[in-house]
Write a protein that binds this ligand. Structure first.
Ligand code: ZN
Length: 439
């Protein structure tokens, strides 16, 4: 299929110019600043097209922006949209973990797969073409239950291939399982998991846990991606041993720490030292502003901490920082629509970033930065690269943050995969129920 676009704006290139773009056979064949006398006679305006814009004619974007497909570096697709089945009365992280753990044995593989596929497609309709999802690995409940989620995810990844790419990261917990846990994690890598993760700050011996994960990941040459210090407690500092192991294993560029909430609770000097260590280790950060604002600070009577990590300080130190969704409509976070524009807007509030350069930085934090963290090859809008992109209904970056563009048109590998125009917006979203755990 051939795609021709004219009067396109590329905000990550040069917002002051318009571009003419051409894709064929799934890849960009040309991306060029447009001649001033571009002919629009044969073109069809995007706003005049119903449904998917599958046409052989050039499509006139009338100045709308084209961005490379969004990259969500931290989701939990296996749990997403489970809120109808798993409640959370207190709203706390602790109850969310407990309630999901109590229900997981009752979820069939088909149910978990359905949640993964439908949430990934929800993300795709908002312009996300690449997702790294963490996966619960409840080995303490038995092998069959633990592997059920993994098999569901592997099948979902296969089913979604070509439309949206998934990286799968099991959350390992070796503390209770010892050698059996390490063996099971190794088996997961052989089955095709893309890396290893975990939440070592939840255990009693995070250092040992972190070392085990690095040792196994490095044997297989796969990335590590930790939930790090998702807590208001400034004494939680698992990011320090994560950074040390990143240096020791020469894992810079392949190691990521998500959350880093406690960093925001520390005195600035202490946080600065840790941020310096992260920069030295080339350890990347992912901030999850929606979920951190929702879950953290619940014990505080005031001032209430917000949980969101020190985004500006991390950026200033040269640490790559991605913005990601985390949980969608589950006991950890009852809201969310898998929309990285919405999450970037929340990040702009939470991290106090609203200037023109800062908004552009936020756009990079949902595109180029997470693409680098996920080591995506062939990412971006350039001749020869796969044509995976989203057209947003905005003619400037500021306008995108103001209106969040309810309409999106999405192409994956040269194929139109979604056209969610404003009037179809709510129809595209699945129904949401709610459930409370019986006390
Ligand atoms: Zn998470």
């Amino acid at each position: 299929m051939e795609i021709q676009l004219i009067n396109a704006s590329l905000p990550l290139e040069d917002e002051s110019r318009l571009y003419a773009m051409h894709a064929q056979g799934g890849r960009w064949t040309s991306v060029a600043v447009q001649d001033e006398d571009v002919c629009t006679a044969n073109a069809v305006r995007l706003s005049d097209i119903e449904g998917l814009p599958e046409t052989g004619r050039p499509i006139d974007l009338e100045g709308r922006m084209v961005l490379p497909g969004f990259v969500d570096a931290h989701m939990h697709l296996d749990k997403a949209t489970s809120i109808a089945a798993v409640g959370n009365r207190s709203g706390t992280l602790r109850e969310a973990i407990d309630n999901y753990g109590a229900k997981v044995a009752g979820f069939t593989k088909a149910e978990i797969k359905q949640r993964i596929v439908s949430t990934a497609l929800m993300a795709l309709s908002r312009g996300t073409t690449h997702i790294r999802t963490h996966l619960d690995f409840h080995l303490n409940q038995g092998r069959e239950i633990a592997f059920r989620t993994m098999e569901a995810a592997l099948e979902a990844r296969e089913e979604l291939k070509g439309r949206i790419s998934l990286q799968l990261i099991p959350m390992c917990s070796f503390e209770r399982m010892g050698a059996a846990g390490v063996e099971a994690a190794e088996e997961l890598l052989k089955l095709g998991m893309d890396g290893l993760g975990g939440a070592p700050h939840l255990g009693s011996d995070p250092k040992t846990e972190i070392s085990r994960i690095f040792a196994l990941a490095s044997r297989y040459g796969v990335p590590v991606d930790f939930h790090a210090d998702e807590s208001d407690d400034p004494a939680r500092r698992t990011v320090v041993p994560i950074a040390h192991r990143t240096i020791e294993y020469e894992y810079g560029g392949r190691a990521t720490a998500g959350h880093l909430c406690s960093l925001a609770s520390m005195p600035p000097g202490e946080a600065g030292e840790i941020i310096g260590l992260m920069a030295e280790a080339r350890l990347a950060a992912v901030t999850l502003p929606a979920v951190n604002l929702y879950l953290q600070g619940r014990e505080d009577c005031g001032p209430i901490r917000r949980g969101v990590t020190r985004v500006k300080e991390l950026l200033a130190a040269g640490v790559p920082v991605a913005v990601a969704s985390d949980n969608i409509q589950d006991p950890f976070h009852p809201f969310g629509r898998a929309d990285l524009v919405q999450i970037a807007t929340i990040a702009s509030y939470a991290a106090h970033m609203g200037g023109a350069d800062e908004l552009r930085a936020l756009l990079r934090m949902i595109t180029e930065v997470p693409a680098a963290i996920m080591q995506l090859e062939d990412y971006g809008i350039r001749e020869g690269l796969p044509a995976s992109f989203v057209i947003v209904d905005a003619r400037s970056v500021q306008r995108l943050f103001i209106e969040e563009s309810p309409s999106r048109w999405v192409v994956s590998n040269g194929r139109w995969v979604s056209a969610a125009v404003r009037r179809e917006w709510s129809a595209a979203a699945p129904a949401v129920g709610s459930a409370e755990m019986p006390r």
